[in-house]
Unconditional design. Structure first.
Lengths: 296, 306
């Protein structure tokens, strides 16, 4: 390797290392805060290494397991059900749209495609879901609006079906007497594992991370997902703090709420599962992005 | 003839049944709300049913555009997005170039994994991370960084003037990884022979980037930029709502169309104006998508949406 090349390597590594540190360091701050004692945080603020080490925050969370466990349960259920149903609906619609001889093929394809270009926005969507379907404060609210299926994934699945499922194989199976449903579930789906895995991964992450639907449609704390709980805790502490400073009263209530450290500990618990799983799905994640599986 | 049509329908009946759940979902989730856009031209009266209010023409729009809000949210949406597009493209492309230089495969994968991390987490978590730095009482910046520089603490969540910088920074932090992976995939796709030939001719790395990589990647940069321009009227709701903690004092620099519509609908009960702003966004947004797609087509038919 010549001198110029070595310089380039050196520049690249330095720059990327700095960037990597910038990407990680906020998480370190969060993690360290959750492992500090409340007093040290109140005195010295957050720091990258706990000044006084303590598990108090996590003990507090364990003691309020009913709230956090419940939110976790809801997130897990919604993610699992949402992703499964989403995959099934996306695959079925995508498969149907890969049949160019189907009557009405062009109309259906256009109807799916048009949803990528135009949408009604929040106000009409909210009114449709709350007034016509009455999903406010039900689990449906976390599952249905916006997330369950999108035209982009349908078209992605469709082009996969068109390009990789060999028509002769389907034909011969059909001649052997296999019905359309059997064909789909026993031949097409297994052959489409790569695209299904990619779409499933991104849908799953979307459900896991979603706070938007909860913010809009859920006011009942019993139905909070982890993200909504986090959202609520951040807002409550802010509201309480400003109320306290406005009335100048000593904070009696604030002791009942998770303190600075417990708040960070909940956030840690919120990202931990995804962080732990990340190294395992990282390759598919990168591949999916590079292949255009996600809309930016 | 009729028999033939019937037969065709019969063969495709199972397929059409499979299509049904997805199509019904699109009807509810996408097409009903599109039709519901007419609400912007009505006065909202829940007692008459959602869409049963009386027509009031452009009244909602008149109210909306009479306020300074309409100007502020349009300005903020456009300026933030333009900044994100320009800085985001330059930085992600730059990082992709550097990543391409890293020949050690383990390190390359490591860097990719780490810079994608911010993209993986929700905006609620991001708001916690930002709060860890900027929180007034305990934040790292006020407690450690500013005292180190001998400066006074700043009430970040009360001072609108800092937020354009903060939001741009947070957005870049969260999205660079994603865009950089797309550019990297394109760069890796370039035929290595170009570089080998250039090296034989004694071209430096910098010359290779300027004369091989850049021209070959330019179409992708143009297309990505155009697609982003098509979405310039839409903003990342989470970034502008969660990260400033919905602080009212900051609205001047943090309010965008999406947050305005949300607050009008769910917090200040100003549904008429909210619906008008939403309609305005849908309409202009749609026109921009059509316009940019037309432009993309001129560059490359393959990359156009239609």
């Amino acid at each position: 390797m010549n001198q110029a090349n070595r310089t380039w390597q050196w520049i690249s590594h330095t720059f990327l290392a700095v960037l990597s540190i910038l990407c990680i360091i906020p998480f370190v701050l969060l993690f360290s805060a959750s492992l500090s004692s409340e007093d040290s945080i109140l005195q010295n603020g957050y720091s990258f290494l706990p000044k006084v080490f303590s598990f108090d925050a996590y003990e507090y969370l364990a003691s309020s397991f009913s709230v956090i466990g419940r939110a976790y349960g809801i997130t897990v259920i919604v993610t699992a059900v949402g992703t499964t149903v989403s995959l099934l609906m996306t695959a079925m619609l995508g498969y149907a749209l890969s049949k160019k001889d189907m009557p009405g093929y062009r109309v259906y394809t256009f109807l799916v495609f048009f949803t990528l270009l135009f949408n009604g926005g929040l106000v009409p969507t909210y009114l449709v879901y709350t007034q016509l379907f009455d999903i406010k404060n039900t689990l449906w609210a976390l599952l249905l609006p916006g997330l369950l299926m999108n035209g982009f994934n349908v078209l992605l699945a469709r082009s996969f079906f068109i390009n990789t499922i060999p028509v002769p194989v389907l034909e011969s199976a059909r001649i052997d007497g296999a019905g359309e449903y059997r064909l789909f579930f026993q031949m097409v789906l297994p052959l489409s594992l790569p695209i299904m895995a990619t779409i499933g991964l991104f849908t799953g992450i979307m459900y896991w991370n979603d706070w938007n639907n909860g913010l809009i449609y859920i006011t009942d704390p019993q139905l909070y997902s982890v993200q909504n709980l986090l959202n609520q805790i951040m807002q409550n502490i802010e509201a309480l703090k400003s109320a306290n400073s406005a009335y100048g009263s000593a904070s009696a209530n604030i002791k009942d709420l998770p303190g600075e450290t417990a708040r960070m500990a909940i956030a840690v618990i919120g990202i931990l599962p995804i962080m732990i799983a990340y190294p395992f799905f990282q390759r598919y994640f990168v591949k999916g992005i590079a292949g255009g599986a996600v809309k930016g | 003839m009729q028999n033939k049509t019937f037969k065709r329908y019969k063969t495709y009946l199972p397929i059409m049944v499979m299509m049904l759940p997805g199509m019904i979902y699109l009807l509810i989730n996408n097409y009903l709300p599109m039709a519901g856009l007419v609400i912007a031209f009505k006065s909202i009266d829940y007692s008459k049913g959602v869409f049963g209010g009386d027509w009031n023409g452009f009244t909602n729009f008149k109210f909306l555009f009479r306020t300074t809000d309409a100007y502020i949210i349009t300005r903020n949406t456009l300026l933030y997005n333009a900044t994100f597009i320009v800085l985001g493209t330059i930085l992600s492309f730059g990082v992709a170039l550097l990543l391409n230089e890293v020949k050690n495969r383990f390190m390359s994968r490591f860097y990719q994994t780490v810079i994608l991390l911010p993209f993986l987490i929700s905006m609620v978590i991001v708001s916690y991370l930002v709060f860890g730095f900027l929180g007034e009482g305990q934040g790292y910046v006020n407690n450690t960084l500013l005292p180190m520089l001998g400066l006074d603490p700043i009430s970040w969540y009360m001072e609108p003037k800092y937020w354009p910088y903060i939001l741009v920074l947070v957005n870049l932090w969260k999205t660079i990884g994603f865009n950089c992976i797309i550019y990297l995939a394109a760069i890796i796709g370039i035929d290595q022979e170009y570089y080998e030939a250039a090296t034989l001719d004694g071209a430096s790395k910098w010359q290779q980037i300027r004369t091989i990589t850049l021209p070959l990647i330019a179409p992708i940069i143009v297309i990505m930029t155009l697609l982003a321009v098509g979405k310039i009227f839409y903003s990342d709701f989470g970034l502008f709502y969660q990260v400033p903690l919905n602080s009212g004092i900051l609205y001047d620099t943090t309010n965008v169309i999406d947050t305005y519509v949300f607050r009008g609908l769910l917090q200040s009960n100003n549904i008429g104006m909210s619906a008008a702003a939403g309609f305005y966004q849908s309409l202009v947004g749609f026109s921009l998508v059509i316009l940019t797609n037309y432009t993309v087509r001129k560059f490359s038919k393959d990359n156009a949406l239609f």
